[in-house]
Design a protein around this ligand. Structure first.
Ligand SMILES: [Zn+2]
Length: 448
């Protein structure tokens, strides 16, 4: 990616750094795609050559957001299907909401994969995103990302989580997964600053609204507890092999019993789990306090999506009554000491981070006046951290992304106002005016 060789100083109204040691700044300087100075304007000017231009920015700068669970390439394929060439992100949001049940094309021509990535990236940059974790990448999708990257078209930093679906031809069982993962010698972390391999994706249970989340308390009087999609012993064998061969594991685990299974397997797999950024994905239906505490102690990231409970909340109330009130217990996950990474499961579920931060703070759900129980609400500051420092940690990038600090990548977005200080209901109408990735501007919008 081309970056400016010269230094530029940026002076917005305010900078929210997400650096706990210095959370606010007046200005920052960028050189070679990285932050080279940040702090009070005088400090920044003292750190750069005298002739360095100062660019005034009419808004508040935040670190670029990272969606820790975004099917970006599939979102792009759907964008090709549903959007005209001039449609913007607001049209994209509506089109994806209205086509929720359409997974998009299963076997698109290869060229469409590259066009899809090109189409969707600017839409997501317009929401302040500079990175994603794509949580289930098939070999064809990974070829698509590699081709886009090789052609210099990738502007969204992408952590790709390989998905080898057990049960498809050629992958009958865990041994087949291990054989493929072991075949070439790459593992989690391989790649560069634009495209990197993440943990593999595995399914421990099913979907909540289908009654497939694996719960500790039964769903019904008949004692049905949900769907376990992989045998416990086989899952432990896979996880232990992965941890000792450099692969992280991100497990779809919606219900509390699935979360407990995933955490227990991670504990047995040993100390490498933390560095490999194992994830409990979704983890929103009755995870026990014990499982959350042990996940935090083991280094299992809680990859949570406020969008899913926004969408599923009313249905879960019908299925589980009062038990639905504490669904998506973000407060409890944070209080347990876990790293919480926010994402969306877009493009299927709502992916607008303004909406999702608002949901996490208000606990509102689609179609109902009454929010879910407020005991699991978090602040906008905490939601922003989950989209930046938390998601960067999940993306193996906390040493250079998720915050604005000297030496970090110049991944930032200019917002029309500070989401952490505006009234809560204004968060959803803020505008992202500009987004930079590695010092290169990938989105611009006039402030109306
Ligand atoms: Zn997903």
């Amino acid at each position: 990616m081309a970056t400016k060789a010269a230094t530029t100083v940026y002076r917005p109204h305010h900078v929210i750094t997400l650096n706990p040691d210095a959370p606010h700044a007046e200005a920052f300087a960028v050189r070679n795609g990285r932050i080279c100075a940040i702090g009070e304007l005088a400090e920044v000017l003292a750190a750069v050559p005298k002739s360095t231009p100062v660019e005034e920015l009419d808004g508040v700068v935040l670190p670029g957001l990272i969606d820790a669970h975004m099917h970006l390439q599939r979102g792009g394929l759907k964008a090709l299907d549903y959007l005209g060439p001039d449609d913007d992100v607001e049209a994209f949001i509506i089109a994806m909401h209205d086509s929720f049940d359409d997974d998009g094309p299963a076997h698109p021509p290869f060229g469409d994969r590259i066009r899809a990535i090109e189409r969707v990236q600017p839409l997501l940059h317009a929401l302040g995103f500079t990175g994603v974790i794509d949580p289930a990448v098939t070999p064809d999708e990974l070829r698509g990302y590699r081709a886009a990257h090789a052609r210099g078209l990738l502007t969204m930093r992408t952590l790709a989580m390989p998905y080898l679906e057990i049960g498809v031809p050629g992958i009958p069982d865990v041994d087949a997964v291990i054989a493929r993962l072991d075949g070439v010698g790459v593992a989690t972390g391989f790649g560069d600053e634009m495209l990197r391999l993440g943990p593999i994706k595995v399914y421990a249970d099913g979907e909540a609204l289908a009654g497939q989340a694996l719960l500790e308390e039964p769903w019904d009087d008949a004692g049905y507890r949900g769907l376990q999609r992989i045998d416990t012993t086989e899952y432990e064998r896979l996880v232990t092999w992965c941890a000792s061969h450099g692969w992280g594991v991100g497990a779809h685990a919606v219900g509390g019993a699935a979360v407990a299974l995933v955490v227990a397997a991670a504990e047995r797999a040993g100390a490498d789990v933390r560095g490999l950024r194992f994830q409990a994905i979704h983890a929103y239906l009755e995870p026990s306090a014990e499982a959350m505490r042990r996940a935090a102690a083991t280094g299992v990231v809680a990859s949570l999506q406020p969008s899913i409970i926004w969408h599923n909340g009313a249905g879960l109330r019908r299925a589980l009554g009062e038990r639905a009130e504490t669904a998506n217990p973000v407060r409890s996950w944070l209080d347990a000491g876990a790293c919480v990474a926010f994402g969306s499961d877009g493009p299927y579920f709502a992916f607008d981070p303004r909406h999702l931060m608002w949901q996490a703070a208000t606990r509102r759900i689609e179609g109902e006046e009454r929010p879910l129980d407020a005991s699991e609400a978090i602040s906008i500051d905490e939601a922003l951290a989950a989209y930046t420092t938390g998601a960067a940690y999940a993306a193996l990038a906390e040493h250079e992304r998720g915050a604005l600090r000297p030496g970090y990548r110049a991944d930032w977005a200019l917002w029309s106002a500070d989401p952490t200080t505006v009234p809560i209901d204004e968060v959803r109408s803020l505008i992202v005016l500009r987004t930079d990735v590695g010092g290169r501007t990938v989105h611009r919008k006039e402030n109306p």
